[in-house]
Design a protein around this ligand. Structure first.
Ligand code: IPE
Ligand code: IPE
Ligand code: MG
Length: 258
């Protein structure tokens, strides 16, 4: 009974954040996460960086399950940026192999849970095996609608805007669109995330407080949440803390408090 009574209450002076419960009606629809800190997590343990990436996959599994359990509609995760090609070849290869392994191993559970897998970024530059696994995951989960898991790979916010400009320009040159008809909706529709609402909440663990070229257009009015924890240690309790913080925010979108 006590559990039932406290269920809908917000954290207040008599309630610690650990005891507070999520309010289902006030959850973000779209959560974005910069999965950062894998290398430092490994370094702290005297392990190679790739061990951190491997451990990061465990965190992703836990967070996907939590999003399904809590009814989050969309989860967009930053897995590899357009700038990450600057890293040693060995690390890049390990990351691409992990991606293939992740899809192969997780796909049955993702399908069973009703997760729709998508990928955004310049996917054509990824190794063939990675592209094939992503295409398979996309195909086999296309009909699912419980959670959209959107994985950003070879993704850059600036590259996305360049690609959007190219698409829109193509339409103009083909005579399908007049320059004066280009508005924010047209640009939004030309982004990789064209059919998705903007993220409501962005989470970046690892202590860094920057966007690192993630979803530059889409994050215009997103609530930001940073944490001093490395991604491989991130679990549903950390997500819950972020969601509780989000529920305390007042989103005004430039307007006034209602
Ligand atoms: C995030 O962890 C994973 C990728 C960028 C691919 P990092 O590898 O950036 O880990 P840190 O930031 O060096 O600790
Ligand atoms: C952002 O992390 C990219 C991903 C998590 C995939 P980085 O580690 O690449 O970002 P910077 O270099 O610290 O800004
Ligand atoms: Mg990093």
């Amino acid at each position: 009974m006590a559990g039932f009574l406290t269920r809908w209450l917000r954290p207040g002076p008599t309630m610690t954040a650990e005891e507070a419960e999520l309010e289902p009606g006030k959850l973000p629809r779209h959560v974005a996460i910069i999965m950062d800190g894998n290398g430092r997590w490994a370094g702290k343990r005297g392990l190679p960086r790739v061990a951190g990436h491997r451990a990061g996959v465990e965190a992703l599994r836990d967070i996907v399950r939590a999003c399904v359990d809590w009814g989050i509609a969309i989860l967009t995760v930053y897995a590899f940026s357009t700038e990450n090609w600057k890293r040693p070849q060995e690390e890049i290869e390990a990351l691409m192999n992990l991606l293939v392994e992740y899809v192969r191993r997780e796909l049955p559970e993702l399908k069973e849970k009703g997760v729709q897998v998508r990928a955004i970024g310049r996917l054509e530059a990824l190794p063939l095996a990675a592209r094939e696994e992503l295409a398979r995951a996309r195909r086999e989960t296309a009909g699912n609608s419980r959670l959209i898991l959107n994985v950003a790979l070879n993704y850059g916010g600036r590259a996305e805007l360049v690609d959007a400009c190219r698409r829109v320009t193509g339409e103009v040159l083909a005579g399908k669109l007049r320059p004066e008809d280009i508005d924010e909706d047209v640009i939004k529709g030309a982004l990789y995330t064209g059919d998705l609402p903007d993220p409501d909440l962005l989470i970046r663990p690892s202590g860094e407080m920057r966007l690192s070229n993630f979803l530059l257009w889409q994050l215009a009015y997103t609530e930001l949440w940073f944490a001093d924890i490395y991604w491989p240690d991130f679990r549903r309790e950390n997500l819950r803390q972020a969601l509780l913080a989000y529920q305390q925010r007042e989103r005004r979108f430039g307007g006034l408090k209602i």
